[in-house]
Design a protein around this ligand. Structure first.
Ligand SMILES: C[S@@+](CC[C@H](N)C(=O)[O-])C[C@H]1O[C@@H](n2cnc3c(N)ncnc32)[C@H](O)[C@@H]1O
Length: 392
């Protein structure tokens, strides 16, 4: 088979609507390994060392709204981009060289550009927020992690009040979320919470692959006053909204919980079935006896000791033999961890002195909270898994 034929059969495979997420990720992985055969070790190092320049270029382009202009115009040259954005034409051409070479924008001639799928994603609200969140907020502490770890004698960062983030930002005993939610940080608050809305990326929502009906609604039919689900620290409610819309025929109440300033910001229009109840997860859980207490990307923000405090408040509200705790987070495999999960783990270390957990670490943590783990379900592909637990 020559290279052209390989490309041909790959495009057919990728266009297949029945291509599963697991197969897609497996294929991508194999193709990367194939590319690695051709790549020279020196080039791997060069790419690594130069990767911040690529991210910097995307950040500048975001600020100049270059992606928006390219998407809006369809086809645009550097002179027009300079005129629209007020940036120097030579500077625009230098930036666009990086953006086209890295596939974020297409070239349609000399100094002429057209959008592609990635350009469009970069103009989305959540896409733009991701660039800003990682560059404007997280990079400062990430850049100082080597110095921080040297300073601490290479201890595993586990203290939310005294970690890389506090070191870089000169904070005294202030955890990341307390810093983020200070009234003077409205811009950072909006950036991070918009990023959280899209933090699942392209990975499928759990309601699309997990047997929700069979596990939770086959043997129990909830009535209109029963609480079907509490999304504990659910941010702006994107996950709960997806759940409600997927199970419209399941009767009952759906509760979105987070800190008051998060619930107040009304960035998203949620399904009318969703009620908002402000709460602080260090205090008592205000809703008792729900069928499901769901927590996505919460446990990975905290060390075991803090997770136990949060879990104690949730378990006190659960009904034995009826309520389930559903945790959605990465389940790190003991071997062959996908790069995405490994990098998420570094981000947890960076901002929160926290970590992603292996199945063994999940089971130990949940058992310590008085729970029985019903199952740890790895996702199709490289996304987040589901851990289901109930009171012992
Ligand atoms: C990583 S975000 C996850 C949000 C959402 N579950 C998701 O997956 O997109 C962590 C959430 O915890 C919330 N949070 C932080 N401290 C909290 C507290 N003390 N009580 C309740 N929520 C809190 C934040 O406001 C934020 O929405």
């Amino acid at each position: 088979m020559d290279i052209e034929e390989i490309f041909q059969s790959l495009s057919v495979l990728v266009a297949d609507p029945n291509l599963s997420e697991g197969k897609r990720v497996e294929l991508l992985d194999r193709i990367k390994k194939l590319a690695a055969v051709l790549e020279r070790p020196e080039d791997v190092l060069t790419k690594l060392a130069f990767s911040p320049s690529q991210f910097m270029t995307a950040r500048v382009a975001t600020e100049l709204k270059l992606f928006d202009v390219i998407v809006r115009q369809g086809k645009v040259n550097s002179e027009e981009l300079a005129e629209t954005t007020g940036a120097n034409k030579v500077l625009i051409e230098r930036l666009l060289r990086v953006l086209t070479a890295s596939g974020m924008v297409d070239e349609a001639g000399v100094s002429t550009y057209t959008p592609n799928k990635i350009t469009k994603t970069l103009t989305s609200r959540t896409g733009e927020a991701m660039i800003r969140a990682f560059w404007d907020i997280k990079l400062k502490s990430m850049a100082r992690i080597p110095e921080y770890l040297h300073h601490t004698g290479y201890k595993n960062p586990e203290d939310a009040t005294n970690g890389p983030f506090q070191f870089a930002y000169g904070l005294k005993d202030q955890p990341f979320f307390d810093w983020l939610h200070e009234p003077k940080r409205a811009r950072e608050h909006d950036t991070m919470h918009t990023y959280f809305e899209g933090d699942r990326g392209s990975r499928p929502d759990w309601v699309k692959w997990f047997p929700v009906e069979e596990k939770f609604f086959k043997n129990v039919k909830t009535q209109k006053d029963d609480v079907v689900m509490v999304d504990v620290a659910g941010g702006r409610g994107h996950d709960l909204d997806a759940f409600v819309r997927r199970f419209l025929d399941v009767q009952g109440r759906y509760v979105l919980q987070d800190l008051p300033m998060v619930l107040d910001d009304r960035a998203l229009e949620l399904h009318s079935k969703i009620e908002k109840i402000a709460m602080d997860f260090w205090k008592d859980q205000p809703v008792s006896g729900a069928r499901i207490y769901y927590m996505k990307f919460i446990m990975h923000d905290w060390n075991d000791e803090r997770c136990l405090q949060i879990l104690t408040n949730v378990t006190a509200a659960m009904t034995k033999g009826y309520s389930f705790l559903v945790v959605e987070d990465f389940i790190i495999p003991d071997q062959g961890c996908p790069l995405l999960a490994a990098l998420f783990d570094m981000q947890m270390m960076n901002a929160l002195s926290a970590m992603e957990r292996t199945e063994g670490q999940w089971v130990k943590l949940l058992k310590a909270a008085g729970l029985r783990v019903e199952g740890c379900y790895p996702p199709p592909g490289d996304g987040t898994g589901i851990i289901v637990a109930e009171l012992k």
